[in-house]
Design a protein around this ligand. Structure first.
Ligand code: OMP
Length: 240
């Protein structure tokens, strides 16, 4: 698998295991990581993770844990026992919760990286204001990313429009995972802070999460291939 393919994360946002398996099988040649999120995990549970492993792909379990430290710590242990490679928690769960998630992941028997979700890509400044936050999404993402970093977390989910800023705030060791990716001309849907795949790579993103532009394309494999080609071009430009 080449570097560009390794960087593409495809969310299995499907309503059943059968659909998820079929969708994953089609795009697997052009996808590095498969993400299992709330829709599929609530319905199908660990079988969804096993299906990804059957395809030889690492699993990103996206449950966006946000609870008291004890509950999150125990949930991290459960996720670790399923052999997932990445697991999301909400950075807004606070320092102790983040510390607990990071320390439980460090004790897992296989590599497990906690990803702190900073500010959801579906939110903009007006949404933050309605929550009583006077910061911009970029400022808020940096604030909670620093909090998570200090708690021992090394993976972060943010819009790629914040990736360059987070990279300079956190340094090369931070793993930056960016959803809200839209190839030029594709529908934003409910995403508000979006970039193209090339912009995300240029900004220093490590992993790009791309769902509907692939899932809902007439030819999902061709859509995934086109995104990988765009990532490849942007990586080459980054290295020159
Ligand atoms: O944690 C995530 O993966 C996530 C965080 C975030 O801020 N925004 C976001 O869209 N996601 C997820 O990334 C995927 C984006 O899907 P599309 O908008 O269809 O490309 C979905 O599975 C979301 O649950």
């Amino acid at each position: 698998m080449n570097e560009a393919t390794r960087r593409l994360v495809f969310p299995l946002d499907y309503g059943s295991l059968e659909e998820a398996r079929a969708g994953a099988r089609v795009v697997a040649p052009s996808v590095g990581v498969l993400k299992v999120g709330l829709e599929l995990f609530v319905r199908e549970g660990p079988a969804a993770i096993a299906a990804c492993h059957d395809l030889g792909r690492e699993v990103f379990l996206d449950l966006k844990l946000h609870d008291i430290p004890e509950t999150v710590g125990r949930a991290v242990q459960s996720a670790a026992s399923l052999g997932v490679r990445y697991l999301t928690v909400h950075a807004h769960g606070g320092r102790v919760m983040l510390e607990r998630a990071a320390s439980e992941a460090a004790r897992a028997s296989s590599p497990l990286t906690i990803l702190a979700v900073t500010v959801l890509t579906s939110l903009d400044g007006a949404d933050l204001a309605s929550l009583g936050l006077s910061t911009s999404p970029a400022e808020q993402a940096e604030r909670v990313a620093r909090l998570a970093w200090d708690a021992g977390v090394r993976g972060f989910v943010a819009s790629a429009s914040e990736a360059a800023n987070l990279r300079s705030a956190l340094g090369p060791e931070a793993l930056l995972v960016t959803p809200g990716i839209r190839p030029a001309g594709s529908d934003a849907g409910d995403q508000k802070r979006i970039t193209t795949p090339a912009q995300a790579i240029a900004a220093g993103a490590d992993l790009l999460v791309v769902g509907r532009p692939i899932r809902d394309a007439k030819d999902p494999l061709a859509a995934a291939r086109a995104i990988v080609a765009e990532i490849e071009g942007a990586l080459a430009a980054r290295h020159t």
